[in-house]
Structure formats: structure tokens, C-alpha cells
Design a protein around this ligand. Structure first.
Ligand SMILES: NC(=O)c1ccc[n+]([C@@H]2O[C@H](COP(=O)([O-])OP(=O)(O)OC[C@H]3O[C@@H](n4cnc5c(N)ncnc54)[C@H](OP(=O)(O)O)[C@@H]3O)[C@@H](O)[C@H]2O)c1
Length: 245
């Protein structure tokens, strides 16, 4: 098992991505702690996958994140899979309010900054650890896609999370801590029951299909494991080839 003897915290642990990642981490032997704002769902998922704990933690609140990590104890892997609230979709940037543009940037960066730095501080003292952040292909959409989707501040938020990942990785790498961003394209399974993949989106990938939750979660487990010990300060492209870098 890839994550034997590892303790992992998954923020957004009852969400689509966080839930899938936590399930694979538990299967791979990790002691998993789910953190988020839907305690009922977190507890239910924790029981299903055999997680070590579930707790209410607002990932944007530094005091709550610090107190939770103090309670959990030494952490080997930190995963932030929280959703970015506040995005106004469909409005061209030229017509978007400044506050609407900045809302997902501020929310996403804050949540990732708070959780990543809280773990990094502790991992640096321990001399090892891995931090995983999440962005999306909105960070790298082609010009036609950008016009089509009009993602407001969302793409900028994702690009900023990737940039923060690089900066932190450079700072804490010499202290033994790896920091990697995972960048999937849209996973139709997360759109709700019966949702069909968009043929236009599928056609825009090199593989002619979208990534699956299982593929993303399995990659997260590999990247979190010692097998990926040479990997840091990078973005893992899980787009099925919809973006090239
Ligand atoms: N789904 C996709 O197709 C896809 C594709 C590419 C990348 N991603 C990325 O993957 C990540 C997770 O996406 P998802 O599809 O799993 O979203 P999701 O199903 O909505 O799950 C996100 C979870 O995060 C929680 N959350 C949000 N704000 C939080 C906060 N401040 N503190 C604690 N928990 C918080 C949400 O619950 P509450 O809001 O109720 O707290 C929810 O449980 C996001 O970064 C997303 O951009 C997703």
C-alpha cells in the first residue's frame, strides 16, 4: 500500500474530489482525517471509508485550521479540495464588477494559503511532508475557450493557486516538504445524476474524453506517496490533453 503509516488531512473531504481522494488514501493505508463544513456528510463518509476522524473546519479560517492540526498531531499529507465559492460565470470580464472578479480569487487563495502554510510549518519542523493543492484547466484555457466559458475570476483564482503552490514549494523544499498542484479538467460525474459529458469539451481533449474522479484520486495518492519523492514545485496536468502545459 502506497500510503502506509502516513497521516493525511483532506479539506473538503466530503466533496466529490476530496471524498474520492480520501477513499483512495484510506485504501492505500493512510490514517485519514476529513475536514470541512458539512459535518454530517463528513462523518458519514468517514464511517464508509474507515477514516480516522471527521471535523468541522472552515479552511479559510486560520484559527480553526491551526486548532484542528494541533488536535490531529503530526501530518504527512495535506490535501486541499475545497470548492471556490463566489464565481460569477457567463459575464465577460469587461462587464464584471471588481468585487465579483476578486471573490473566487480571494476565497480560493485564502483557503489554500491557510491550509498549505499551516501544514508546511509543521512539516518543515518534522523534515518531511507533502502538500497537494487543486486548480482546474480554467487556469490555462485557450482563447476561444475563455470566450466560450466566461469564467469570471475563476481562471485567475486557479492560476493564482498554481503560482502560490510554486512559491511555497520553493520555500519549503529545502526543509523536506513537497508541494504539488493537481489540475484536472472537468469531471462530468461531479455534475449530478444523469449529467452527460459535453461532446464539445470531450472533442477538445487529446484523448477525446474527460478525466474521471477515480483517475484524479489515484494520481493524488501516487503524488502523495514516497514513490513520487522527486516531484515538487509542479502542476500535474490531468486534463486528458485539453491543455498542453
Ligand atoms: N469537479 C470537477 O469537475 C473539478 C475539475 C477540476 C478541478 N476541480 C477542483 O477540485 C476541487 C474540489 O471540487 P469538487 O468538485 O469536489 O467540489 P465539491 O463537490 O463542491 O466539494 C467541495 C467541498 O469543499 C467544501 N468547502 C468549500 N469551502 C470550504 C471551506 N471554506 N472550508 C471547508 N470546506 C469547504 C464544500 O462544502 P461547503 O461549501 O458546504 O463547505 C464541499 O464539501 C476544487 O478546487 C475544484 O476547483 C474540480
Amino acid at each position: 500500500m502506497m500510503l502506509m503509516n502516513k497521516t493525511a488531512v483532506v479539506y473538503g473531504g466530503s466533496g466529490h474530489v476530496g471524498g474520492a481522494v480520501a477513499r483512495v488514501f484510506a485504501r492505500e493505508g493512510a490514517r485519514v482525517f476529513l475536514a470541512g463544513r458539512k459535518l454530517d456528510e463528513l462523518e458519514k463518509h468517514a464511517a464508509e471509508i474507515g477514516a480516522a476522524g471527521a471535523a468541522y473546519v472552515d479552511a479559510t479560517d486560520r484559527d480553526q485550521v491551526e486548532a484542528h492540526l494541533d488536535a490531529v498531531g503530526p501530518v504527512d499529507v495535506s490535501v486541499n479540495a475545497v470548492s471556490l465559492h463566489g464565481t460569477v460565470m457567463g459575464t465577460p470580464l469587461t462587464e464584471l464588477d471588481v468585487s465579483d472578479f476578486l471573490a473566487p480569487v480571494s476565497y480560493g487563495l485564502r483557503a489554500h494559503f491557510v491550509t498549505a502554510t499551516a501544514s508546511a510549518r509543521r512539516m518543515a519542523v518534522a523534515g518531511s511532508g507533502t502538500i497537494l493543492t487543486f486548480s482546474t484547466t480554467a487556469a490555462r484555457l485557450s482563447a476561444p475557450d475563455q470566450r466560450q466559458h466566461r469564467t469570471g475570476g475563476f481562471g485567475t483564482a486557479c492560476a493564482a493557486i498554481e503560482a502560490m503552490t510554486m512559491t511555497l514549494a520553493g520555500e519549503v523544499g529545502p526543509l523536506g516538504v513537497r508541494v504539488v498542484c493537481l489540475r484536472p479538467d472537468a469531471m462530468p460525474e461531479t455534475w449530478g445524476a444523469g449529467a452527460e459529458p459535453d461532446p464539445q469539451m470531450q472533442a477538445s481533449t487529446a484523448l477525446g474524453r474527460m478525466p474521471t474522479l477515480a483517475q484524479v484520486a489515484e494520481t493524488a495518492a501516487f503524488v502523495a506517496s514516497d514513490r513520487a519523492g522527486a516531484m515538487t514545485r509542479t502542476v500535474v496536468n490531468l486534463s486528458c490533453g485539453s491543455v498542453l502545459d
